[in-house]
Design a protein around this ligand. Structure first.
Ligand code: FAD
Length: 421
């Protein structure tokens, strides 16, 4: 049976490996780090004495490929699944709280119901989002929507940075429309927020590794790919830091690496060049706090407006805060970020601001590629000029923002091509 060599054990590489192993193919998965998961991983943090995620991740119910990957690895039950799409918010300057509640079905009557939309906003400001549907390829979100409108700060900006990890003044309006169409455009059943109850590792990574082990796939950690030999339009050898592997005739290679790494290994490959950071803070409280209004066991998160952090997540006694498109914040000292995150947390969860517990700040400097109109043109197709080498990764040309959904779609598309070759 011909082997498939998959390089990169992020979600793209894992989903490709799971698909191929499930079809009975011989698979070897190589990973530079000592663990799998890539930008979607959990690890033990000694400072706060808890297992944390590198960053908070949300799936939406519209993320069909990501959810079906969880079905494939038997892990869907590890998600918190709220019965309805409700998004609780707090403005940390005023303490004002509200919930956004999209309605069922594609006609968005919730925007006409003051109790369902953000306070101080008008239905017309939501309808202005339809302009995104007609966006030109070079237009940004800020070209089409008004930053002075009250809805900007309470909906359009948080949605853009959460979905595209790119500030609205440079984020592709077309890509945001793709998100709006697939989620809010299909009604509340498509925008229910799902969170990994026990962490990213337990939901997205460990069950996949177990399945691969049971299927006889080889998973090799601490294997950094340094070079690829090409001959006669095919990949013929993989050179890792400490060993080389021949790619025998009939064998295939899937490169499931971040864009900069793939571009350095594959001559002539165009890939998005710029990335944007996400900053997270993890705070271990002395005890699990009371849930804030609008939060629940199956909805353990809160949107924050007017402070430093954008989202707050709660898992037991650990509060985690997120800032996406965080170019400026990522340059600030961790201690200053910790102070600002704690101030937001104290308001959001009604805690004593003078009792600051230990806080771990995690700066993911290359969280995703910058999803600008220019960068979208550099997303590469899965097929390459080498007949036995296929690409995967959230940055490849899936048509979706660089998310778990895109990573899974790319991994599965690569598996499909490999099966055809
Ligand atoms: C903080 C943060 C928050 C996020 N929030 C969300 C969210 O809420 N929802 C969502 O859907 N998505 C979110 N994302 C995006 C999501 O995590 C990514 O889209 C997804 O994990 C990308 O998977 P991937 O397999 O394409 O890439 P990666 O995860 O980057 O996988 C590539 C793998 O290749 C390995 N590697 C690199 N170089 C080499 C080499 N030379 N040889 C061998 N191996 C190598 C890496 O170690 C890595 O394991 C977030 C990302 C971050 C960082």
């Amino acid at each position: 049976m011909t082997r498939v060599h998959i390089v990169g054990a992020g979600i793209a590489g894992l989903s490709c490996a799971v698909r191929l192993a499930g079809r009975g193919r011989a698979v070897t998965l190589y990973e530079a780090a000592a663990q799998a998961g890539g930008r979607c991983r959990s690890y033990f943090d000694a400072k706060i004495g808890r297992t944390i995620d590198n960053g908070n991740h949300i799936l939406l119910s519209a993320n069909e490929a990501a959810l079906s990957y969880l079905d494939e690895i038997g892990a869907r039950h590890t998600l918190c699944v709220p019965p309805r799409a409700v998004f609780p918010f707090v403005d940390v300057r005023s303490g004002e709280r509200w919930c956004m509640r999209p309605n069922a079905g594609p006609v968005p009557w919730w925007i006409f119901a003051p109790g369902r939309r953000a306070p101080g906003t008008r239905a017309g400001s939501y309808l202005a989002g339809l302009r995104l549907a007609f966006a030109g390829p070079d237009q940004t979100v800020a070209d089409l929507l008004d930053p002075a409108d009250p809805l900007w700060e309470r909906f359009w900006e948080p949605l853009t940075v959460a979905a595209l990890n790119t500030a609205p003044r440079e984020a592709s309006a077309r890509l945001l429309w793709q998100v709006v169409k697939e989620t809010f455009g299909r009604g509340e059943a498509a925008c229910r927020p799902f969170i990994a109850r026990g962490g990213l590792g337990a939901s997205f990574v460990e069950p996949a590794l177990e399945l691969l082990g049971a299927a006889g796939a080889e998973v090799c950690f601490n294997q950094r790919l340094r070079a690829i030999d090409f001959e006669a339009e095919r990949a013929a050898g993989l050179h890792f830091a400490e060993r080389s592997v021949a790619v025998e005739p009939g064998e295939q290679v899937v490169i499931a690496l971040p864009p900069a790494v793939a571009a350095a290994l594959l001559p002539g490959l165009e890939a998005p060049a710029d990335s944007r950071p996400i900053v997270n803070g993890h705070i271990r409280l002395p005890a699990p706090p009371r849930l804030a209004p609008g939060m629940s066991e199956d909805r353990p998160f809160l949107g924050l407006v007017g402070g430093a952090a954008q989202w707050l997540f709660l898992r037991g006694d650990v509060v985690s805060l997120t800032v996406s498109a965080a170019a400026e914040l990522a340059e600030r000292p961790s201690e200053e970020i910790a102070e600002r995150f704690w101030a937001d947390t104290a308001v959001a969860l009604d805690l004593d601001p003078d009792q600051r517990p230990p806080i771990r700040i995690v700066k993911e400097r290359r969280a995703t590629f910058a999803q600008t109109p220019q960068a979208l043109r550099r997303r590469a197709p899965a097929r390459t000029k080498w007949r036995n080498l296929v690409l995967a990764g959230d940055w490849t040309d899936t048509g979706f923002p660089a998310t778990i959904e895109s990573a899974v779609r790319s991994g599965r598309a690569a598996a499909g091509i490999v099966t055809e070759i």
